[in-house]
Design a protein around this ligand. Sequence first.
Ligand code: FE2
Length: 203
Amino acid sequence: MPDNQATHWPANAPKLHHTTFTTLRMKQMVDWYGLVCGLRPVFQSYEASWLTNDDANHRIALLSPPGLKHPTDKGHETGIHHTAFEFKTFDMWLNNYIRLRNHDILPFLTLDHGITMSVYYQDPDGNGVEIQVDGFGDWADSSEWIANSLDFAKNPIGTYFDPEKLVAARESGLTFQEIHENARAGEYLPAVIPEDIFLPEVW
Ligand SMILES: [Fe+2]
């Protein structure tokens, strides 16, 4: 085995706990993460807020220090593309898409990655937020698939879908597995396929 970082993995790795964003739109950000992801503030001020939607004391933190500047070309700059949240079931995931659509919040990317079905939104600052459901309903199964599937190796970014076609497919009686397979195969393509996965500019 070549001498690389993999040979130095720790026996016990720390778990991912939270992400912190700087923002010039504190109130809009707190409200948006509450509406979209059910994150409630455990502490909130104009300078700093801590939000969670589970047992952790926070999952997203927001900081607004003096002197902060907005980005000049956020979508094409290196850094975080998105954070991701996961629903346990396809129905919960699709129902959340419908709930947000009824608030006029629509995804800018919709992709069947094989490992997940994912819709991507932008928060008020333009940060990406992926909301996903596991493509297999089981982390062990999707982990095995991503590591060994020729299908994933050939199409790692995924296949675009129109989420309204997923809603119609579910109403017609198709199962999650059938819809997932059809989406991956390109049966629910949107009218317009995005040219790239860059974050649309909001500044
Ligand atoms: Fe992701």
